[in-house]
Design a protein around this ligand. Structure first.
Ligand code: HEM
Length: 321
């Protein structure tokens, strides 16, 4: 019997109290800005859970190839990820999820969505989707699996529905350095990418890491994939210093890295948060810091992040505020 939980059960914490501000000082440069993750959990459940999970599922149905990719050899690791996330769901959010295990016969319940799925652990034919795709449909995070072989990391599977302009379809099978080759020289050519790769290769089970990445997006659009650029790209031309506060959103990815002890691969979780600048700037300290970061940012970074064409409008907006 499924317990019913009211939707309002997810606490409606104001966005300013929970938004992950990505800036540390008055300047932003590429660095290995990873920190030990405490508490060591994959998921963050926010009041946007219902709309984001619904959007995720809708995009997975309409553009499956773009949103989910996997190699056959990743299936065992996908089960490991499903298990890890289900365990966390029931220990961290016992009111929202439950899991009944009878040897390999498991029943997973999502009380928020009033859904139940029974399956045989390890047997993909008993789930409606591949394990990573199944569990990804119950969380707000995008989930990428990297296999580790011969001192290298390869993108072996992923559910990526809310990308910051990169393509899973294109990147599947690539190594860590190949994935990062479009990133400006300060990361990809300076030796930093190699250092970050060595750091990830050494991540230990039970000691996950986290970092923030950020950019600006026009309108609250989570799916900024290269394949749909024609729907969101031209919106950049609409930005003025008067409307920037409503139109332009700070987009922050809370990225988390976990060693998977059985497969020895790495799970890379990405939770994307959006906030309109008008809201973000209600925090006076954040506003000042953001102005300093933007005016100090090298052009190649602003160009790569996709906002060089309207950066000056945002700076003018911040000056007026
Ligand atoms: C292993 C997990 C990771 C994966 C799968 C991954 C993947 C990606 C991808 C797909 C991009 C976009 C590349 C493109 O334009 O096509 C990117 C950008 C980037 N990644 Fe990673 N990344 C990972 C971990 C890291 C870590 C730990 C760092 C630490 C510094 C890092 C630093 C960056 C930077 C600086 C960018 C450019 C972002 C920007 O300027 O907005 N990545 N990453």
């Amino acid at each position: 019997m499924t317990r019913t939980i009211q939707r309002g059960k997810i606490p409606n914490t104001p966005i300013l109290d929970r938004f992950p501000n990505p800036f540390k000082g008055d300047s932003y440069r590429y660095s290995n800005n990873s920190k030990l993750l405490d508490p060591p959990v994959v998921l963050t459940i926010t009041p946007e859970y219902f709309e984001e999970v619904a959007l995720k599922r809708q995009l997975l149905e309409s553009r499956k190839e773009q949103c989910f990719q996997s190699f056959e050899h990743s299936v065992e690791a996908q089960w490991e990820i499903l298990e890890m996330i289900m365990q966390e769901m029931v220990s961290e959010y016992p009111d929202y999820f439950s899991l009944i295990k009878n040897e390999n016969h498991w029943t997973f319940q999502n009380h928020l969505l009033e859904e139940e799925q029974s399956f045989t652990f390890g047997d993909s034919s008993t789930l409606p989707y591949e394990p990573l795709d199944f569990i990804g449909r119950h969380v707000q995070e995008d989930l990428i699996y990297l296999g580790q072989r011969d001192g290298e990391l390869y993108m072996d599977a992923g559910q990526l529905v809310f990308p910051a302009n990169w393509s899973l379809n294109f990147d599947l099978g690539m190594s860590f350095l190949e994935i990062h080759s479009p990133v400006p020289y300060a990361f990809s050519g300076s030796g930093l990418a190699e250092k970050v790769r060595s750091f990830i290769l050494r991540i230990e089970a039970g000691k996950p890491w986290t970092r923030y990445n950020w950019t600006l997006t026009v309108e609250p659009i989570l799916d900024t994939s290269p394949e749909t650029f024609d729907t969101w790209g031209p919106k950049k031309d609409k930005v003025t210093s008067d409307n920037a506060g409503d139109l332009v959103h700070l987009r922050v990815e809370d990225q988390r890295l976990f060693r998977l002890p059985r497969s020895n691969g790495v799970l890379f979780g990405i939770h994307t948060h959006l906030i309109p600048l008008n809201e973000y700037c209600k925090n006076q300290q954040w506003k000042k810091q953001f102005y300093n970061v933007l005016t100090d940012l090298p052009d190649d970074l602003a160009d790569y992040k996709g906002f060089i064409s309207f950066k000056d409008r945002v700076v003018e907006y911040l000056e007026k505020k």
